[in-house]
Design a protein around this ligand. Structure first.
Ligand code: FAD
Length: 428
């Protein structure tokens, strides 16, 4: 392996040290990749790896996720969404008012030109990530958690199915494989579903895992087995010393990677870095299926805005978006409505003993993550060797490993595997 270090006094190669902050899927994937590239990596988290946002998600890795929520179809849907009754999106008006520039930026990015840029960028990131996940799942000996069964969007009538026309045209343009299904074909592949849906869209270019938190833990175990160090500690502050090293208690390193997911915004504030991030919160609950029923893949009930995914813990129901402060009080209304809707289409039994879960999707106005050096502006300079890997909105589980490959190439000075420009930190 080529070393990235400089030659020390006695001719020994000194490896460059990196501290990765955050052991969600993004931080763990970055730690593994930087280790592979020859850095000496310390991974730091206040909790065990994979216990926060990266635990509770739907575990979907899909090429169809190249279409973000703020796509050209959003403005037409806005009048309905603004009534604040929709299962897909609930919002706290005061939160939106306090974050108006984020909201305006988010809506501006529904233009065709912005959408094209984002779809291209996300497509390249998702494709790269899928390859990397396959490699890492095998290396971490958890390949059996991966299902290659796609995922299924479901529609209650032909008019609703028509509303997927735009999405289908994008899938065609980007060669995302899918199949349109009628009710009998839906029953063939998902026999436990009640005959509610007349149409379906089976995304064939989609994978899923049966326990995303366990995948993060397996990746973290691989990192430690390969000589990486994990430190469990809450990080409140980092400082840059005159030596040029970043200082974090008893840890020092040339580089710091911020992979704190939704916490990245408040963390970077102490360094004078302002990140235009909002929180698209989501809930999950696990259920036991009645009468031996089951699902073979994640399903998305497009009218009711929830996803059901077969997981190791049971059937996981995840909700749509609650746009509000990361630490606002829980509001279970959206989840309860989703549970009622799900019970109408699938034999949902009782909830398991697992606690109701809430997490925040960290979203930037253009729905692209920030990957690369955190660059200053004319007004404020940022010390070098501070790196961003956050802002992965609804698709951080999917896009973590591509993020790591891109970040690693940028930190190493290698040719990037995909175009880094759409993910630059100074684009806002
Ligand atoms: C309901 C829901 C469903 C989703 N479904 C999918 C899906 O199907 N597919 C998909 O790809 N994505 C999905 N997502 C999105 C995905 O879960 C996130 O984008 C992703 O988990 C973000 O990962 P992360 O590593 O950036 O953040 P996190 O997993 O939140 O990791 C950040 C880590 O930072 C640590 N931390 C925070 N502050 C500190 C501190 N001060 N000191 C030390 N450590 C700290 C936390 O403990 C945490 O472990 C979903 C999200 C939600 C909410």
């Amino acid at each position: 392996m080529t070393s990235i270090g400089k030659i020390g006094k006695i001719g020994k190669v000194v490896k460059e040290e990196v501290i990765v902050l955050g052991a969600g899927i993004v931080g763990v994937a970055c730690a593994l990749e930087l280790q592979r590239l020859g850095f000496t990596v310390t991974l730091v988290d206040k909790s065990e790896p994979g216990t926060e946002t990266s635990y509770g998600n739907g575990g979907v890795i899909a090429r169809s996720s190249l279409i973000p929520l703020n796509n050209p179809g959003l403005p037409a849907a806005l009048p309905k969404l603004l009534r604040n009754q929709s299962p897909q999106l609930r919002y706290n008006p005061w939160y939106v008012l306090r974050n108006l520039s984020w909201a305006v930026g988010f809506l501006k990015n529904t233009s065709s030109a912005a959408f094209t840029q984002t779809a291209q960028a996300l497509d390249s990131l998702i494709k790269l990530s899928t390859l990397e996940h396959r490699r890492l799942l095998a290396a971490a000996a958890v390949g059996a958690r991966l299902r290659d069964t796609g995922w299924l969007f479901l529609y209650r009538d032909a008019t609703a199915f028509q509303s997927s026309k735009f999405a289908r045209s994008v899938y065609d343009e980007y060669s995302v494989k899918y199949q349109s299904l009628m009710s009998a074909e839906i029953a063939d592949i998902e026999p436990s579903l009640k005959p509610v849906f007349t149409h379906g869209l089976h995304i064939l270019d989609a994978l899923s895992v049966d326990n995303p938190g366990a995948v993060v833990k397996a990746y973290a175990t691989l990192f430690i087995r390969n000589g990486g160090k994990f430190v469990q500690r809450e990080v409140l502050q980092i400082e840059r010393q005159s030596s040029g090293l970043w200082h974090l208690g008893d840890l020092n390193a040339k580089h710091v990677v911020v992979a704190l997911g939704p916490w990245s915004k408040s963390f970077l504030k102490q360094l004078g870095v302002s990140i235009p991030m909002a929180f698209e919160r989501g809930y999950h609950q696990h259920f036991i299926a009645r009468d031996g029923a089951g699902l073979n893949r994640p399903i998305y009930d497009t009218a009711k805005g929830y996803i059901l995914t077969p997981m190791e813990q049971g059937v996981r129901l995840t909700t749509g978006v609650e746009l509000t402060d990361q630490f606002a009080r829980r509001n279970e209304h959206q989840l309860q409505r989703a549970v009622q809707s799900a019970a109408e289409v699938f034999p949902l039994g009782p909830a398991t003993k697992d606690p109701l879960w809430l997490g925040s999707r960290p979203t930037l106005p253009d729905s692209r993550p920030m990957i690369g050096p955190i660059l200053g502006s004319i007004k404020s300079s940022i010390p070098p060797n501070l790196w961003a890997a956050f802002g992965h909105q609804h698709i951080g589980f999917s896009t973590s490993t591509g993020t790591a490959a891109l970040l690693g190439a940028l930190m190493r000075g290698n040719a990037p595997p995909i175009d880094p420009m759409p993910f630059r930190s100074d684009r806002f």
